[in-house]
Design a protein around this ligand. Structure first.
Ligand code: DX5
Ligand code: ZN
Length: 220
């Protein structure tokens, strides 16, 4: 899999999301951060809003669910039009069953790990996942500082994927910018979420392309 850049709309103008997404035509995916004020101390939007956004763009949606009781709610986001749905393993009672349900509903199944959650316990279920998301900040807010302490886990996750020969994408999310993306790519990430770096740029679409170029360079 090549490098993919997935801007997060968390720091975009929520009153004009359709227009904000239209500013980043070069994005491979649009990352939508769903928060419930329970799993994380912040509240964003739910399936109705996501469904409206899906109708407003041809770019596929990558839902990142930072919500409790993921088992119950995640398949709803496939029905709402998300091509990829990420649940947090810390919020899932039965992650294998849930990943299978997301796939059965027609979505790409993805599982997220907070910075302090180890990857090794999930080695045997990597084949159940289309993507693994390693958070590089504590989830909840955009604009936080990138946590370098996650880099060794990115390397270990990549090694486990190589060992098992799986096609699982490896996504990083949190504090990804022109300053930090090379470190993530060198460690083995291939899918990059960037929120404030993209939406605080004068030209968000140029930033998407600059991030992609930088990540691609460091993988050569
Ligand atoms: C944080 C979210 C991220 C966030 C990234 O909990 O999951 O997707 O929007 O924003 P930046 O790139 O500003 O860290
Ligand atoms: Zn996110």
């Amino acid at each position: 899999m090549g490098i993919q850049i997935t801007p997060s709309i968390l720091n975009a103008d929520f009153a004009a999301l359709g227009a904000e997404v239209a500013r980043i035509p070069s994005a491979d995916w649009i990352h939508v951060d769903v928060m419930d004020n329970h799993f994380v101390p912040n509240l964003t939007f739910g399936p109705t809003m996501v469904e409206a956004l899906a109708r407003s763009t041809d770019i596929p949606l990558d839902a990142h669910l930072m919500i409790a009781d993921a088992d119950r709610h995640a398949p709803t986001y496939v029905e709402a039009g998300c091509a990829s749905v990420t649940f947090h393993v810390e919020a899932a009672a039965a992650p294998v069953r849930l990943a299978r349900e997301i796939r059965a509903a027609g979505g790409r199944a993805s599982m997220a790990l907070k910075p302090a959650t180890p990857v090794e316990p999930y080695e045997d279920m990597l084949g159940e996942l289309d993507m693994l998301l390693l958070m590089t900040v504590e989830p909840g807010f955009g604009g936080q500082k990138f946590l370098d302490l996650v880099l060794p886990k990115i390397r270990r996750a990549r090694a486990l994927m190589d060992k098992h020969g799986v096609e699982t994408w490896l996504q990083v999310d949190g504090g990804v910018s022109l300053e930090t993306i090379e470190r993530c790519a060198e460690a083995g990430a291939d899918t990059f979420v960037a929120g404030s770096a993209v939406f605080s740029a004068d030209d968000p679409d140029a930033m998407v392309n600059a991030l992609r170029a930088k990540a691609s360079d460091s993988r050569d």
